[in-house]
Design a binder for this molecule. Structure first.
Ligand code: NAD
Ligand code: HSO
Ligand code: ZN
Length: 435
């Protein structure tokens, strides 16, 4: 069960807190070498490597990596009505929230005839990863595709691992929801190989390199995204899930336990952390946790995650210290279940997504809140953010000066170019004003 980190009576510095933050023993950096060699195989041997890797890691050899159009059409046709309806509702909510993430273009007039515009340009082509190992993630199709479409990305490719249960095809619900969203370029490939295929392209199957790879995945997927960052953009390292709950004695211990188990269910490497100023609450959560871990379907996986070094109950003196710890941890998901939620919320700087109050569990955000569930893990939320329409957009500056506006600023350019000993820069301006 959860180990205890007792911070009561201490006031560690940020560096001190960072050293105490629980993290999995197998992290992204530990998976880098494996990811790199898997990517190299794909660069060298293309589709054959992807088929070999499916056989090796997914236990099945697909007949081809590219998913044929008729398979997508059949999957769309075969979507169960309740799944189709749930997907459509999620799509509608995620689309509405994603539209609000598109920044407005700006025009700044610095003087008469001197204008700097800022426009938001979508990346041209993206590769979206949808996990499918220990669990399959049709919801991640929506979380990837919708913001890319809202941003105006022209070319979208999607990948998910081959499933042995379906003879090497991708999971039919993933195929069906991709088709529902109008995606036609889909590949049965998983893990680091899929990320490498997106980054470098695969000749022979028409897979052209992408400019950005996004989507969640296990530690190998996250490591592969780190490896390919020099050739393609990524969203964030959205690897093995974590949840951190800040709770005081007003929280319902069963709600807290249920939420910790819900995210531990993803992966043995998932982190479940409770931070509380109430030892009584900690004890009651531990009781409920034991009952829930024993009863839940994926009990062995959940127990391994909860028992892992990455999971803990952290005892603090007060909720200010709880917020300091959360900021050092940089959780993917932060839940705040305390009496005065806004006071704690105001102290939070770092989190992928924040779930406030007793009736906003992480599972809500996983499927139906309208927020995006692809979020930075492993402390990356200290500097990165979750997937959004903005992930697929780049600000570009457009400079528009007329003759008079350039003439007015010419002495500034002359002074600075002379100071930098780059006189040709100044001459490019004076050439325009010979007299
Ligand atoms: N942070 C987020 O936004 C977010 C969202 C959803 C899920 N997740 C995480 O995504 C992950 C999903 O993992 P999954 O395993 O179910 O699916 P996955 O698709 O991420 O991983 C399966 C693939 O991993 C590769 N693989 C498996 N074993 C390997 C090995 N020993 N060496 C090299 N490669 C190997 C294979 O290529 C396989 O196809 C979980 O960790 C979950 O927590 C994160
Ligand atoms: N909790 C995951 C994000 O870390 C997302 C997810 C998808 N399905 C279930 N959960
Ligand atoms: Zn989840």
């Amino acid at each position: 069960m959860l180990r205890t980190i007792d911070l009561r009576g201490t006031r560690p510095s940020t560096a001190g807190l960072l050293a105490l933050v629980p993290r999995a023993a197998t992290d992204v950096s530990a998976a880098l070498d494996a990811a790199r060699s898997i990517i190299d195989e794909v660069r060298e041997h293309g589709e054959t490597a992807l088929l070999d890797q499916a056989e090796r890691f997914d236990g099945v050899r697909p007949s081809a990596v590219r998913v044929p159009a008729d398979e997508l059409a059949a999957a769309l046709e075969g979507l169960a009505p309740e799944i189709r309806a749930a997907a459509l509702q999620t799509i509608e909510r995620v689309r509405a929230a994603s539209e609000a993430q598109v920044p407005a273009p700006q025009t700044t007039v610095l003087a008469a005839g001197a204008v700097v515009e800022q426009r938001w340009q979508p990346v041209a082509r993206v590769g979206l990863y949808v996990p499918g190992g220990k669990a399959v993630y049709p919801s991640s199709v929506i979380m990837n595709v919708v913001p890319a479409q809202v941003a105006g990305v022209r070319s979208i490719a999607l990948a998910s691992p081959a499933q042995s249960e379906f003879g090497g095809r991708i999971h039919p619900t993933i195929a069906g929801i991709a088709a529902l969203l109008g995606i036609t370029e889909v590949y049965a490939m998983g893990g680091a190989g899929a990320i490498g295929a997106f980054a470098y392209g695969v000749e022979g199957i028409g897979l052209e390199p992408v400019q950005r790879v996004t989507g969640p995945g296990n530690v190998f997927v996250a490591a592969a995204k780190r490896v390919v960052q020099s050739v393609t953009g990524i969203d964030a390292e959205a690897g093995p899930t974590d949840i951190l709950v800040i709770a005081d004695d007003s929280a319902d211990p069963d709600f807290v336990a249920a939420d910790l188990v819900s995210q531990a269910e993803h992966d043995e490497l998932a982190a479940a952390v409770l931070v509380t100023d109430s030892p009584e609450l900690a004890a009651r959560v531990a009781e409920r946790l034991e009952a829930r871990v024993t009863a839940t379907k994926h009990s062995a996986r959940v127990r391994e995650a909860i028992d892992g070094v990455q999971s803990a109950v952290v005892l603090v003196d007060d909720l200010e210290q709880a917020a300091d710890f959360a900021n050092a941890f940089g959780p993917e998901h932060l839940e705040i279940q305390v009496r005065d939620v806004d006071a704690t919320l105001a102290r939070i700087e770092n989190a992928g997504a924040i779930f406030v109050g007793s009736f906003s569990p992480v599972s809500l955000g996983d499927y139906a809140a309208g927020s995006n569930h692809v979020l930075p893990t492993g402390g990356q939320a200290r500097h990165a953010s979750g997937l959004s329409a903005a992930t697929f957009l780049r600000p570009q500056q457009v400079v528009r000066y007329d003759e008079q506006a350039l003439r007015e600023v010419a002495p500034v350019i002359a002074a600075l170019s002379t100071e930098e000993d780059l006189p040709a820069h100044g001459e490019a301006v004076t050439a325009r004003f010979p007299r």
